[in-house]
Design a protein around this ligand. Structure first.
Ligand code: PEP
Ligand code: MG
Length: 749
C-alpha cells in the first residue's frame, strides 16, 4: 500500500467522521456518507442497503441512483448482486455487472445500467447489517486497494450503525437491538423464568472507529499486543504446572492464543487498517468480524474452535485497549438472566441461585453447566444461536426451559402470556408445598417413598424444601467433575460430612465414583474407546484402579463418624463385580478399624443398569443389601438407544410394555428374596412414569427435587390397582406402549 493510498483513505475517513459528528437525522448522515464515498472513490454511484428484517434489504441512501427509489427498492437475501453480497458475506467486484451471476436490473433506481459494481458486506462481529455498494460507468474492475478501502469504510458504517448514528424513520432505520426476538434452542433445565439480561462477558463498546494519528494508534496497538503476549505467557506458565487431559486442552487453547498473538498476518492486517485511518480498537474488531464470518462458514469442528480462540483473544485485546475489564460497570439487575456463549460449572456456581434463568449459545444436555443449573433448579436453554450478539445488558428476557424457547425484549402480549404461565407454575408449587409433609400414599393405601437425587452442595437446601425422604442417589462424581484436579481425601470427607449433616438423620445413598462414558474427568487420561458407553466406566474403572475408590470409601467412612452409612456401586453387570467391590469396602473398613477410627455399619447396594443383572443368580439378590434401578442407563441398553443421542433417545417410550415388564420382573425377583429395590433414573420424576412404576410394584423412587411435588400429587390421587389393571389390559391387547391407555384412563377420571 502506497503512502498516497494511505493518506487518501485517511482523508476519506476523516471526512466521514465529520459527517457523522455533524448535526442531523440518521437519514441526512447516510446521504452525506454516500456522497462523500462516491466523490472520494471517483464513482458515479454509492449506495447503502440495510436490512429491514432478516430476509429483506432496503436501499436506504444513494448518491447517483434515482433518489425516489430510496426506501422503495428492496430485495430478498440472495437476490441480485446486492443480495448475493449480503447472503455470502463475500465481496462482489465486477467490470461487467449485467453478465454476472444473479444480476437483476431495477428500473426504479434509474434508467442506466452501470457496468462496474463493487459491493462489500456491512457486518459487525458476525452480524449482518447491510451492503455498501459503489458503481461506475467506466467498465473496470476495482483494484485490491479500492476493495480494501471500501471494506474499511463498511467497518466504520457498521460501527456507527451499532452506535445508533443512522436511526430514523422506517423499519430499516429503526434502532438496533430494540425489537422483540424469539430464540428456539434446546431444553437444558425445565422451568420458566423472567428478568433482565446479564451478559457473562459483556461486549466491548468501540466508540471511536476513526483515528487521526496513525502513529499513536500503532503505538497503542503494539503496547496492547505486548501486554496480551505477556498475559498469555503467564497463563501458560501457570497452566504448565497442571496435569491430565483438561490441562492438556487448556494448554492447547493457550498455545493457540500464543500463536495468534505472535501471528504476523494478524498483526499486519491490523496495522494496515490503522494506516488507513481506523483506530486500534476498530482494527481489532474488523479482524474479529472477519473471523466471526469465517466461523459461521466453516464446518470443520477443529477450525471452528480455533476461530473461537481467535475471537476470545480479540476480546482480550479489546479489553486491554479500551480499559474495559470484564466488569464494564453494568450492574447486575435484581432479576438477572445470565446470557453467555458458554460457561463453566464453577463460574455458574459462583452466580448461584440469584439467577432467574440461563441462556447459552452453546452447551449440551449432559454438560457440567447443565448439571449445575439442574442442581440450582434454574431454567436453562441451550443452543440459542446468536443470543450474545443480539442481547444487551438490561434487556427484558423470558426463558421457557420447558420448550427451550427464549423471548428477548418480548412485546406485551407475550409478557402477559408468560406471566400467566409463571403464575400457574407458582400456584402448582403452592399446591405441592401444601402436601410437602404428607406421605405419597395412594387412594388404595400404598405408600411410596420419594427421595431426591443430588450431587452438589448446592442441592442440599432442596432436602428441606422438597419434602424428600432423604437422598436416594448422591452422584459423587459431580464433585470430581467440577474441579480441575483430583480432590483430596480430607476435602471429600469434609464435603460428605456436610451432606450427612444436612440430611439430619435421613438416609443418603452415596454412589461411588461413576465416571467414563459421557462423564470424563478433566484431569484423567482420556480413553480412546470406540464405544465409551459400553466401555471402561463406573465400577469397571473402580475395580481396575482401586486407589481412587479406596480413597473415596475412606472419606465416606470418616464422614459417617460411626453412624450408619449407605454406599452403592454403579453399573454392576454381574455378580462377581458386586462381590469384588464389597470386598474392597470390607478391606477399607478393616484398615480404618486398625487405625482406631470409628467404623459404621454399612448398607451396600448395587445399581441395576444393565439388563444382565436382572437375570443374575438368586444368590446375588440374597447377598446385596439393596438394589437401585438406574433407569437412564438400563433403558439405553435395553433398547440399544444412546441416551445422549437426540435422534434415538426419544424413540422408545419408557412405558413400552417390554420395559415395564422388565421392571416388573426385577421387582418380583427382589420381592422373592426380600431385597429392597428403588428406581433412581430421570423417569422416576415424571408423574405418569412414576405412577406406572408404582403400579409395577416399586415402592421407592428417587428423583430431581423439583419433581417430588408433581409425582406425589398424582400418586395421592390414584388407585394403583386400577392403574395396574389398565396396564394389564393394554399388555393383553398387544399395545406397544401403555401410555395411551394410562393417559386415557387419567383423563377419564
Ligand atoms: C441412571 O443411569 O439411571 C443413573 C441414575 O445414573 P446416571 O444418570 O448418573 O448414569
Ligand atoms: Mg447410570
Amino acid at each position: 500500500m502506497t503512502d498516497s493510498t494511505k493518506s487518501k483513505s485517511r482523508t476519506l475517513l476523516g471526512r466521514l467522521r465529520e459527517a457523522l459528528a455533524g448535526e442531523g437525522e440518521g437519514q441526512e448522515r447516510l446521504d452525506r456518507i454516500t456522497q462523500i464515498i462516491a466523490e472520494s472513490m471517483e464513482c458515479e454511484v454509492c449506495s447503502i442497503y440495510l436490512f429491514r428484517d432478516d430476509e429483506t434489504l432496503e436501499l436506504c441512501a444513494t448518491q447517483g441512483l434515482n433518489p425516489e427509489s430510496v426506501h422503495q427498492t428492496r430485495m430478498r437475501l440472495g437476490e441480485g448482486l446486492v443480495g448475493r453480497v449480503a447472503k455470502t458475506s463475500h465481496v462482489v467486484n465486477t467490470a461487467d455487472a449485467p453478465s454476472s451471476r444473479g444480476f437483476r436490473f431495477m428500473p426504479e433506481t434509474g434508467e442506466e445500467v452501470f457496468p462496474s459494481f463493487l459491493g462489500v458486506p456491512i457486518q459487525r462481529l458476525g452480524e449482518r447489517l447491510g451492503v455498501l455498494v459503489v458503481q461506475s460507468r467506466e467498465a473496470r474492475k476495482f483494484t485490491d486497494d479500492e476493495v480494501y478501502a471500501l471494506e474499511v469504510v463498511a467497518m466504520v458504517v457498521a460501527e456507527m450503525t451499532e452506535l445508533g448514528a443512522f436511526v430514523g424513520e422506517g423499519a430499516a432505520l429503526s434502532a438496533r437491538h430494540q425489537q422483540p426476538v424469539l430464540f428456539r434452542g434446546g431444553v437444558g433445565q425445565e422451568g420458566a423464568g423472567m428478568g433482565h439480561v446479564y451478559l457473562h462477558e459483556p461486549r466491548v463498546v468501540v466508540t471511536n472507529p476513526i483515528a487521526d494519528d496513525p502513529h499513536a494508534e500503532l503505538a497503542r496497538l503494539h503496547d496492547a499486543v505486548d501486554a496480551l503476549r505477556v498475559s498469555v505467557d503467564e497463563m501458560l506458565a501457570t497452566a504448565g504446572n497442571g496435569k491430565g487431559t483438561g490441562h492438556k486442552e487448556q494448554m492447547q487453547v493457550l498455545e493457540t492464543y500464543r500463536m495468534f498473538a505472535n501471528s504476523k498476518g494478524w498483526m499486519r492486517r491490523m496495522e494496515e487498517d490503522i494506516a488507513r485511518g481506523l483506530s486500534a480498537e476498530a482494527a481489532v474488531e474488523k479482524e474479529q468480524s472477519a473471523a466471526r464470518t469465517r466461523m459461521g462458514q466453516v464446518t470443520d469442528a477443529y477450525l471452528r474452535e480455533r476461530l473461537h480462540d481467535l475471537d476470545d483473544l480479540s476480546n482480550r485485546l479489546l479489553r486491554i485497549l479500551t480499559g474495559q475489564g470484564n466488569n464494564t460497570g453494568a450492574e447486575m439487575p435484581d432479576d438477572p438472566v445470565l446470557v453467555a456463549r458458554n460457561i463453566g460449572p464453577a463460574e455458574l456456581l459462583e452466580y448461584g441461585r440469584k439467577l432467574r434463568g440461563i441462556v447459552l449459545e452453546e452447551g449440551s444436555v449432559g454438560s457440567h453447566a447443565a448439571i449445575v443449573a439442574r442442581a440450582l433448579a434454574i431454567p436453562l436453554v441451550i443452543h440459542a444461536e446468536r443470543i450474545t450478539t443480539e442481547a444487551l445488558n438490561g434487556d427484558p428476557i423470558m426463558v421457557d426451559g420447558d420448550q427451550g424457547i427464549v423471548h428477548l425484549r418480548p412485546d406485551e402480549t407475550v409478557v402477559e402470556a408468560f406471566k400467566d404461565k409463571i403464575a400457574m407454575l407458582a400456584k402448582e408449587q403452592e399446591r405441592y408445598a401444601s402436601i410437602r409433609d404428607e406421605p405419597a400414599k395412594t387412594r388404595d393405601g400404598k405408600v411410596i417413598s420419594l427421595s431426591m437425587n443430588a450431587g452438589l452442595i448446592a442441592d442440599l437446601p432442596s432436602l428441606e424444601s422438597s419434602g424428600a425422604e432423604g437422598v436416594g442417589l448422591f452422584r459423587t462424581e459431580l464433585q470430581f467433575l467440577i474441579r480441575n484436579k483430583m480432590p483430596k481425601r480430607a476435602e471429600l470427607a469434609a464435603l460428605y460430612t456436610r451432606v450427612i449433616k444436612a440430611a439430619k438423620g435421613q438416609r443418603v445413598v452415596f454412589r461411588t465414583l461413576d465416571i467414563g462414558s459421557d462423564k470424563v474427568l478433566p484431569y484423567m487420561k482420556p480413553q480412546d474407546e470406540p464405544n465409551p458407553a459400553l466401555g471402561w466406566r463406573a465400577i469397571r474403572v473402580g475395580l481396575d484402579k482401586p486407589g481412587v475408590m479406596r480413597m473415596q470409601l475412606q472419606a465416606l467412612i470418616r464422614a459417617s463418624d460411626g453412624k450408619p452409612l449407605t454406599v452403592m456401586f454403579p453399573f454392576i453387570a454381574q455378580f462377581n463385580e458386586y462381590r469384588a467391590a464389597r470386598a474392597l469396602l470390607e478391606q477399607v473398613l478393616k484398615r480404618e478399624k486398625r487405625l482406631g477410627r470409628p467404623v459404621p455399619k454399612v448398607e451396600v447396594g448395587a445399581m441395576l443398569e444393565t439388563p444382565s443383572l436382572a437375570f443374575a443368580p438368586r444368590k446375588f439378590f440374597e447377598e446385596v443389601d439393596f438394589i437401585s434401578i438406574g433407569g437412564n442407563d438400563l433403558k439405553q441398553f435395553f433398547f440399544a438407544a444412546d441416551r445422549e443421542n437426540e435422534r434415538v433417545r426419544k424413540r422408545y417410550d419408557t412405558l413400552n410394555v417390554s420395559f415395564l415388564s422388565l421392571i416388573e420382573r426385577i421387582v418380583e425377583r427382589c420381592d422373592e428374596t426380600g431385597t429392597p429395590v428403588s428406581f433412581c433414573g430421570e423417569d422416576a420424576g415424571r408423574p405418569v412414569e412414576a405412577l406406572c412404576f408404582a403400579a409395577m410394584g416399586l415402592r421407592a423412587l428417587s428423583m430431581r427435587p423439583a419433581s417430588i411435588g408433581p409425582v406425589k400429587s398424582l400418586l395421592r390421587r390414584a388407585n394403583l390397582d386400577q392403574v395396574k389393571a389398565v396396564i394389564d389390559e393394554a399388555r393383553a391387547r398387544g399395545d406397544q406402549s401403555v401410555r395411551p391407555a394410562v393417559m386415557g384412563w387419567l383423563r377419564g377420571r
